[in-house]
Design a protein. Structure first.
Length: 299
């Protein structure tokens, strides 16, 4: 049986420090029917020279001007893809040799699933094994409080791109993946595999709090909430602040608890790992004690 072609899209920008290790992990894939599309955003180092050293004619290299952003680069790469399935990858991560094989197998054996991600093994500034919610319901219930996918692990059917459903918002210079999931999750079936498909590099400057990131997070949450018929600006502000800063003010606790109380009866998405505690704890002080304990913070 002829294996379906996978298009692997990697955006690069001054990635010379790590791109060779990434490229070697591609050569080690047990699944061999894939094309590689590298979209460079104007590198000024030796990124393209290193990629070219690996190119024996089957790597498509697309060069873009500086300043267009990763969302633009990804859209250009996806538009150039020829594969039945399209996969993401970052230029500083390392794929395990089974990554493409296992995701293709899952999409072939689960025809109702449109997109599949995986967990990761983090390294660099922080280390650990991380898992994302596995089934569609849990992914939907996770979105309001956390990103339910590790961006460079996803693989999806090209029909999502052909229909323009899988298209990044090029105005987003932060949270471009989270904004896309907010539009996709209400419309398509997505899952995660209970395994790591790659080593995921955590950089020292990967900080959470950034005013720009906060604004884009709000934008992403607003899109998801509108899609499910939820209009509550205070709740969206609370969720964005929690995701970016990791804290919950009293007025935001009230908005989140009110939502949790109504979500159960209305079959709306849950608030992830916070949901049951918001219902169980009797007041803000009690909830705060639980929250600090759950986070491992001193009392």
């Amino acid at each position: 049986m002829k294996l379906p072609l996978v298009s692997l899209v990697i955006p690069t920008m001054n990635s010379a420090e790590h791109i060779a290790e990434t490229m070697y992990s591609l050569l080690d894939q047990v699944y061999e029917s894939f094309e590689l599309i590298v979209v460079d955003g104007g590198s000024t180092d030796t990124t393209l020279e290193i990629v070219s050293d690996f190119n024996d004619g089957d790597i498509q290299i697309i060069e873009l001007p500086q300043g267009l952003g990763i969302a633009k680069a990804l859209n250009v790469g996806i538009s150039a893809a020829q594969g039945k399935f399209i996969a993401r990858m970052d230029a500083d991560d390392v794929m395990y040799k089974w990554r493409l094989h296992d995701q293709v197998r899952h999409l072939l054996t689960h025809p109702h699933v449109d997109m599949v991600g995986t967990g990761v093994d983090a390294f660099g500034e922080h280390e650990g094994v991380y898992r994302s919610p596995l089934n569609y319901e849990d992914i939907r219930n996770e979105f309001l409080v956390n990103n339910p996918f590790f961006h460079p692990t996803v693989m999806f059917r090209r029909e999502l791109a052909d229909s323009q459903l899988f298209r990044y918002d090029e105005s987003c210079f932060f949270e471009e993946d989270y904004e896309l999931w907010g539009r996709l999750i209400p419309k398509v079936v997505c899952e995660n595999l209970n395994q790591s498909s790659l080593k995921y590099r955590i950089r020292a400057n990967s900080t959470q709090w950034d005013p720009r990131k906060y604004r884009y997070k709000q934008h992403a949450l607003m899109g998801f909430c509108e899609a499910i018929g939820l209009t509550d600006d205070t709740l969206i502000e609370a969720l964005a602040e929690f995701q970016c800063g990791g804290f919950i003010r009293h007025e935001h606790y009230v908005a989140m608890r009110d939502y949790a109380l109504s979500a159960n009866s209305l079959a709306m998405p849950r608030l992830g790992w916070l949901h049951d505690a918001l219902l169980r704890e009797r007041n803000y002080a009690s909830f705060t004690r639980w929250f600090r304990s759950a986070k491992g913070w001193p009392g």
